[in-house]
Design a protein around this ligand. Structure first.
Ligand code: NAD
Length: 478
């Protein structure tokens, strides 16, 4: 029934009044799970008025008291992990074990921001005049409009909500229409923990209508978007036109560099795990596997064999290692990438065809070898279960090729040489580098990209800074 009252506005769960509704589907079967009511302009006006009032209440609540409320929300999220995980799997498709990790880590993100919000220190500047005090305060920037995608319905949304609330901002979040139920339960935990009316508002709608309406509003002072590069570019331009601060976490096309001196077994195990997690629908997913000539054949054989053995099926089944894609258009996108790469001369080492007879939005774990640079999958983000294998000889060459794309989110590398690791960390053009292990996306570490992958960070102290504005106060006694 929550799909009928999915909007949280001014503390009330409400039906959307838009004439249009969105069908929510189980990606493992393609069957409709229900119809989602969407927000129209009247609903958005109410949300804006609520966020304006909510901000006045929340910014005057001490960081100490805000942290107590957020801490309770974190506890509730941990208690509700299994319920929330089941909703993620049902609507988004990932295996239950992955959904549990996503749901369980939500509490950690909230705890981190709650604590960090209590340390939003300003600073004291030595004055030029005796008796003067010159202080930099850090104030919440104001009501936030946040747009989060379907690939991690809880993981993406929780960072925006927790960051904004810890800083003292109110927020209007537009959740993903494909995967609403776990977002609704996430917001319910914040409400149950005592977040006041109007401080957290949740909308679903026609995405372009909602973003255009909210970003133009005088109420909104900050925009945060996670999604594709073209949409991010459009929302960033609109935010700039209205002089709104903006954080953009967009796509990636991550290089995964395996050098001749690497631990190849470890690189294969981590590479396959990362590549096919969430069926490759991860912005930081490795997509271009650059393997040095001395270990290329061994790596590609072992990687392909391991990928071929992954069990694909419904995320709810206990033995499933890779679930369906989130919607039908991702399956079409995968088929088109593979056909294009084959016609450009790439060979398919495993996977590569639609999975017939399963129902739902399935595409198998796929490995393409010897992919020429002009194939489309080498330029456009695959955002699905396709790994491309590419041979290289020298460090200069691999750095040039890894940096050749306009993307710059994550990069991975395997080497036993400290000097190679340092050179890669220094010269890869990206926001995050992880060497010989997976070390990204913890609450306490910044997550974000450069170039077309966007700007700003979520996570770490940088994630809180995104919602804070410095105010300089200079005073002297008369
Ligand atoms: P899409 O570009 O249609 O949508 C991407 C996301 O943006 C969705 O959540 C969608 O609801 C939202 N969106 C679309 N138009 C919008 C608008 N005008 N205003 C506000 N939000 C809007 O693509 P898709 O088919 O849903 O997803 C595939 C692509 O999206 C991938 O190629 C990938 O690059 C990107 N994506 C990235 C992330 C990420 O974590 N960075 C997450 C999901 C999707």
């Amino acid at each position: 029934m929550t799909l009928n009252t999915p909007l949280l506005i001014d503390g009330e769960w409400r039906a959307g009044r838009h004439a249009q509704r969105a069908t929510v589907r189980d990606p493992a079967t393609g069957e409709a799970l229900g119809e989602l009511g969407l927000a129209d302009e009247r609903d958005m006006e109410l949300a804006l008025a609520a966020a304006r009032r909510g901000f006045e209440v929340w910014r005057k609540t001490s960081a100490y008291d805000r942290a107590k409320v957020l801490g309770r929300a974190a506890d509730l999220l941990r208690e509700r992990t299994d319920t929330i995980a089941a909703l993620i799997t049902r609507e988004q498709g990932k295996p239950l074990a992955e959904a549990r990790l996503e749901a369980a880590s939500a509490g950690d993100h909230v705890d981190w921001y709650a604590e960090e919000g209590r340390r939003a220190y300003g600073r004291l500047i030595p004055p030029r005049q005796r008796g003067a005090r010159q202080v930099v305060l850090r104030e919440p920037v104001g009501p936030v409009a946040a747009f989060s995608p379907w690939n991690f319905p809880v993981g993406q949304l929780v960072r925006k909500i927790a960051g904004a609330l810890a800083a003292g901002c109110s927020i209007i979040a537009k959740g993903p229409e494909e995967t609403p139920s776990s977002c609704i339960e996430l917001c319910r935990a914040f409400r149950d923990a005592g977040v006041p009316d109007g401080v957290l508002n949740l909308l679903f709608g026609v995405p372009a209508e909602v973003s255009s309406f909210l970003i133009r509003s005088d109420v909104i002072r900050k925009v945060s978007f996670t999604g594709s590069v073209p949409v991010g570019r459009a929302l960033g331009a609109l935010a700039a036109q209205h002089l709104k601060r903006c954080t953009l976490e967009l796509g990636g096309h991550a290089p995964f560099i395996v050098c001749d001196d690497a631990d190849v077994d470890a690189a294969v195990a981590l590479g396959v795990g990362l590549k096919y997690r969430n069926a490759g629908q991860v912005c930081a997913s490795p997509t271009r596997f650059f393997v040095q000539s001395g270990v290329y054949d061994a790596f590609v054989d072992a990687f392909s064999n391991r990928a071929a053995r992954l069990v694909t099926g419904s995320g709810a089944a206990a033995d499933t290692q890779m679930g369906p894609l989130a919607h039908a258009r991702r399956v079409d996108a995968m088929a088109s990438f593979v056909e294009d790469a084959q016609s450009a001369g790439a060979s398919v080492r495993t996977g590569g065809g639609r999975l017939d007879g399963k129902g739902g939005f399935f595409y198998p774990p796929t490995v393409l070898a010897d992919v020429p640079d002009h194939a489309r999958v080498m330029r456009d983000e695959p955002f699905g279960p396709i790994a491309t294998m590419l041979r290289f000889d020298t460090l200069d060459e691999v750095l040039a090729r890894a940096n050749a794309l306009p993307y710059g989110l994550a990069a991975f590398a395997f080497t036993r040489s400290i000097s190679t690791a340092t050179r890669l960390a220094d010269d890869l053009e990206c926001g995050m580098v992880s060497i010989n292990h997976f070390g990204l996306a913890a609450p306490e570490t910044p997550f974000g990209g450069v170039k077309d992958s966007g700007y700003g960070s979520e996570g770490g102290s940088e994630g809180l800074d995104a919602y804070l504005q410095p105010k300089f106060v200079s005073q002297i006694g008369l």
